[in-house]
Design a protein around this ligand. Structure first.
Ligand code: SF4
Ligand code: SF4
Length: 276
């Protein structure tokens, strides 16, 4: 559970309400803190302590999702700013009425093999059978696929495919719309079938089997998923301090030499007979 912020000026743990009050009262300006009250309020709204398994949890780092659920955490406002920036784009989209039947930022739930999955796609246009997700990014993707189309980042391809499975609409086209400070780009994403007999095809069922099931089992057994370095570790992980602290413990435990017990009589044991 995310409990609050680390103050960027004092490094103290401070509840969300305390940080917001500091900015509202303009004490933050006396401390030369760069975070305005509206930015802090937006970041607090974005940090939701979720209880269900969301599409974002499945498609992002499982270890981070586990830590957020099972450890009390504190985050630096600077570490959450990238998420706040994304909210601005969503807000603009919410306020522009583009389609009469547009389904904007609506939460859906669906069961996969008895496990409840939830998610909130940015935009669904049922009349066009289209689902879109909007991402703000520093670098717009540039890697071309076999059809010479720019390929969306892998975790975003997974996310929109799981959203297409989740929503109660017939979806034929899925897209990730990227926005950087300089440009915007629409990346169409290949849609997965729900299942397939062809082993080389990625399908929703295969992805869930390999990702949802281990995450669900980690939550149920309260066992932290193993460390697996990924794109978020360096700059976009709000729980990396806990992750690395636990990793250090895991490595030390693995190195510890456990003396093997010899079977049978130990050296120096006196022989015992049935009579004692
Ligand atoms: S507003 Fe800035 S200075 Fe005040 S508590 Fe929050 S991070 Fe610290
Ligand atoms: S530091 Fe990397 S591996 Fe660890 S929780 Fe964060 S994203 Fe996951």
């Amino acid at each position: 559970m995310v409990k609050g912020f680390y103050c960027v000026k004092t490094d103290e743990c401070i509840p969300f309400s305390g940080c917001l009050e500091c900015a509202r009262s303009r004490l933050n300006r006396k401390l030369d803190c760069p975070f305005d009250e509206a930015v802090i309020a937006g970041m607090i709204n974005n940090i939701k302590n979720k209880t269900a398994i969301s599409v974002t949890m499945i498609s992002n780092c499982h270890r981070a999702s586990f830590i957020q659920r099972h450890h009390d955490t504190w985050v630096y406002p600077s570490g959450m700013y990238w998420a706040f920036r994304g909210q601005i784009a969503h807000k603009v989209m919410e306020e522009s009425t583009l389609h009469a039947d547009a389904v904007i930022e609506t939460r859906f739930e669906k069961e996969w093999d008895g496990i409840m999955v939830e998610g909130t796609p940015d935009l669904v246009i049922p009349s066009q059978k289209v689902l879109k997700d909007y991402k703000t990014t520093v670098n717009i993707p540039s890697y071309l696929n076999k059809d010479r189309l720019v390929l969306a980042y892998e975790n975003h391809r997974v996310q929109v495919n799981l959203y297409a499975w989740l929503v109660p609409y017939d979806i034929e086209e899925i897209e990730v719309v990227y926005m950087s400070m300089e440009e915007t780009r629409i990346c169409p994403v290949e849609k997965w079938a729900e299942s397939s007999t062809k082993k080389s095809y990625q399908t929703v069922d295969r992805y869930m089997e390999e990702n949802l099931v281990p995450l669900y089992e980690a939550f149920e057994s309260e066992t932290m998923p193993p460390y697996a370095r990924n794109w978020a570790c360096a700059e976009y992980c709000g729980v990396s301090d806990i992750c690395y602290r636990e990793l250090k413990k895991e490595l030390m435990a693995a190195r510890r030499v456990v003396p093997l017990k010899k079977k049978g009589k130990k050296n120096g044991d006196t022989a015992k007979t049935a009579n004692g």
